[in-house]
Write a new protein. Structure first.
Length: 161
């Protein structure tokens, strides 16, 4: 039978991480324009080994999930312009030229913060690039703030602390 220690159950200092305390660093995009960042996800594949009349499963390749990011789109500096400058490193519409991966892939840093603004968690996303962008819709009946949404893929993530 397990013995419960009341000191471990009650009166323990506990400060949860809060979703709105973060800073994302993307080269070419001011951090204050980043409104929302999706969750970092990892999917472990599996390999099935057949043996007589049974299966044995082992881990396959790891696949990091896409990351959705939403930017505010102020008049200046423009979130749409910052996004398009990165997109042009992938593909230049005027000339039809595609860029090398060393030109358009970026390393991103996502920091979660304490109530005092200290870094309490850091993720480094390696080799990120834009797969699709949405520059928002216009509506004469709306007073919504313009946003730029983008979907990013990256090679892998490193959880630093």
């Amino acid at each position: 039978m397990a013995v419960v220690n009341p000191n471990e159950m009650f009166f323990t200092a506990f400060e949860p991480k809060v979703a709105n305390r973060f800073i994302m660093y993307v080269d070419g995009v001011p951090s204050y324009m980043i409104k929302e960042v999706g969750e970092i996800t990892l999917e472990q594949g599996e390999i099935v080994l057949n043996h007589i009349n049974t299966y044995r499963k082992v881990k396959g390749k790891a696949k990091w999930g896409d990351l959705n990011m939403t930017l505010y789109d102020p008049i200046t500096p423009s979130g749409a312009q910052a996004t398009m400058e990165w997109v042009r490193l992938h593909h230049e519409s005027v000339t039809g030229r595609n860029g090398y991966s060393s030109m358009y892939k970026k390393n991103l840093t996502l920091n979660q913060l304490s109530p005092l603004g200290e870094k309490v968690e850091q993720w480094d996303l390696i080799g990120a690039f834009i797969t699709d962008s949405n520059f928002g819709s216009l509506d004469w009946g709306s007073e919504d703030v313009m946003m730029v949404e983008m979907n990013l893929r990256y090679d892998y993530a490193i959880f630093q602390f």
